[in-house]
Design a protein around this ligand. Structure first.
Ligand code: WQD
Length: 343
């Protein structure tokens, strides 16, 4: 089996990608500093896969340690998730975010060049589109000035990739621009583990339904949308995980030494916050306690993907419904119980 390094592999998307990689016949090798993930993820992965997953506790910025892992594990490709990702926190701690998010990417690329490993999948984000003028967004939609330091680290990350390939360095790279990953593996053995009060909508919903949070606040219902609440492209995390496998398989058959391409990975469907709440209520069979509050600074009105390119060029298409994603998220929350997932 081909060993693939997953940096940040104990995180939400990383752990689900480890499952998808194993199911596709690859050998996932996790590298994580556990600054924003829990060791319990490894037990969950072992339960799902029926065997332990190789894991190294390390900082992606530590060149020598990363080099040693590449050599010992005979790494043949990399999926790079490791990054800090709290939009609000990034505004308070810009140097920490630039150092970690860009430093780790550069270190990984340097080790790849030093060891002759060429295939790299980069975790990017639809935040690069900002508040799009036209919907759905394609990969050619204008890149807006970043609304946060976090978003800027993704934009600069893409420029680092592009410039390195333009310099004919022997790397074959695909950047995947994610939309809103939600849900959990249907086994409820792994899922989203927000530490502390969740920033994101779906974990806040499930924690409210579980009685951990008193009430969901919907941040504004006065947007220019059909029901006044924001619209997003909510994609099942297992669909997103499988898109990484499709991208890796695409790189394996590219015979040029230097390659860079970008794909939107979304369902192509926009749903509003209120639609999500209603769908969750039907899935959970219980009303959700929520109120309408003021808008949240930095939120955009609407964004969802034109997924034509990823559908046609990578042969990948989202296949799980919003209802399925919310059912899986709720099952995962019930598995966690009514205690705060921060433990
Ligand atoms: C979604 C909607 C909120 C919480 C995320 C990631 C970002 C990027 C894209 C990867 C918004 C509303 C939320 C709540 C609410 N992903 N909301 N009450 O902001 O689209 O961005 O996905 O790079 O990194 O952060 O996701 O889940 O925070 O918000 O009303 O308690 O839900 O206003 O309209 P967002 P989100």
């Amino acid at each position: 089996m081909i060993p693939i390094l997953i940096t940040g592999g104990a995180g939400f998307i990383g752990s689900h990608t480890a499952v998808a990689l194993a199911e596709a016949g690859f050998k996932p090798v996790i590298l994580d500093d556990f600054s924003n993930s829990q060791q319990s993820v490894l037990q969950g992965l072992e339960t799902i896969l029926g065997h332990p997953v190789s894991c190294h506790v390390a900082d992606c910025n530590d060149y020598n340690t990363v080099l040693d892992i590449f050599q010992r594990e005979k790494i043949r490709g990399v999926i790079h998730f490791a990054a800090f990702k709290a939009v609000g926190e990034s505004m308070d701690e810009p140097l920490r975010y630039y150092h970690n998010n860009l430093g780790s990417l550069i270190t990984i690329m340097e080790v790849m060049l030093a060891t002759g490993v060429s295939d790299l999948i980069f975790s990017s984000s639809c935040t690069v589109y900002g508040e799009p003028e036209e919907l759905p967004v394609t990969e050619l939609s204008p890149i807006q000035p970043p609304a946060s330091v976090y978003g800027n680290t993704k934009q600069i990350g893409e420029e680092i990739l592009s410039d390195t390939v333009k310099a004919d360095k022997p790397l074959k790279i695909i950047a995947l621009r994610y939309f809103n990953p939600i849900g959990a593996h249907p086994s409820a053995q792994i899922g989203e583990l927000p530490l502390g009060v969740p920033n994101n909508l779906v974990p806040y919903i499930t924690q409210t339904a579980a009685g951990i949070r008193e009430q969901l606040t919907i941040f504004g219902d006065d947007y220019p949308t059909p029901d006044g609440t924001c619209i997003r492209d909510f994609i099942h995390v297992m669909d997103l995980a499988e898109a990484h496998v499709s991208a890796l398989q695409a790189l394996q058959v590219i015979n040029t030494t230097s390659h860079y391409d970008i794909f939107n990975v979304g369902t192509g469907q926009g749903n509003s916050v209120l639609e999500l709440v209603r769908t969750f209520e039907s899935v959970s069979g219980q009303p959700l306690n929520y109120r309408i509050g003021p808008r949240r600074a930095g939120d955009i009105t609407a964004v969802f993907a034109d997924a034509t390119k990823v559908n046609t060029r990578l042969g990948w298409k989202a296949k799980r419904s919003l209802k399925e994603a919310l059912a899986d998220a709720w099952r995962w929350q019930q598995h966690l119980g009514t205690s705060d997932s921060a433990g």
